[in-house]
Design a protein around this ligand. Structure first.
Ligand code: CA
Length: 241
């Protein structure tokens, strides 16, 4: 039987080597990437059967890698992270990851998850093939969210309200897109900062408040009494659509 190919994306080299050694010993072919950009290019070239994806990576983070890969492929993506925040798990799964584990998981458990995901993938493939629906995957070139008169169009990188195209700064767009992707979920300021501005940004959480205010002025009927982007006391914000 042909070896299954796993792509491990991990910037902690000791951990990467340990895991690679272990999984090769279990009969898998293992390819590796140590940052987000390398992860995407390696996935495209190597076409692995499954990706193990770290969240905190230099450059493009694991969430963004997951989002990009998910637009191109349906292979199982198992995200893992040293942090075990519940909201991370939700964001990861909303972006299309198939599983989410804390790095405290032991190697045997991890192996069991990998096997389960590969098995599930095989079953799904068999079902598609036997039902005759197999075909080239349609590329998804950007998501469009619409909430009544508000349309957030990732492919055109624009937001429309009714017939009007809103004038937005790039970060306002990114923030709005992030809120829309996580509609209905209370998002902390630090999480928003991390996802929209990146880890190395040190402008402080006031930046989030200022951008939220600008967005409200553009998308709310009454910015002083917002009904779309709500303040969640003690946490941050929640987009309700
Ligand atoms: Ca990392």
């Amino acid at each position: 039987m042909e070896k299954k190919k796993l792509l491990i994306v991990e910037d902690e080299l000791t951990l990467l080597e340990t895991l690679k050694y272990y999984l090769e010993g279990q009969g898998y072919e293992v390819v590796a990437a140590t940052d987000g950009a390398e992860a995407i290019s390696t996935a495209r070239i190597e076409k692995p059967d499954l990706v193990i994806l770290d969240v905190l990576l230099p450059g493009i983070d694991g969430f963004e890698v997951c989002r990009i890969l998910r637009q191109e492929t349906s292979i199982p993506i198992l995200m893992w992270s040293a942090k075990d925040e519940e909201v991370d798990k939700i964001v990861g799964l909303e972006l299309g990851a198939d599983g989410y584990e804390a790095k405290t998981i032991n190697t045997r458990e991890l192996l069991a998850r990998i096997k389960a995901l590969l098995r599930r993938e095989r079953i799904v493939r068999d079902e598609i093939e036997s039902s005759g629906q197999a075909g080239p995957e349609s590329p998804n070139l950007g998501v469009v969210f619409s909430f009544n008169d508000l349309v957030i169009d990732d492919s055109r990188r624009e937001i429309r309200r009714g017939d009007e195209v809103l004038e937005l700064k790039p970060k306002e767009f990114e923030l709005m897109l992030f809120l829309a992707r996580n509609r209905g979920i209370a998002l902390g300021r630090s999480l928003i900062l991390e996802r929209v501005w990146g880890w190395d940004f040190d402008g402080g959480s006031r930046t989030v408040d200022v951008h939220i205010r600008w967005l409200r002025e553009k998308i709310e009927v009454d910015p002083a009494h917002p009904s779309r982007i709500l303040t969640v006391r003690g946490i941050g914000y929640r987009f309700d659509g």
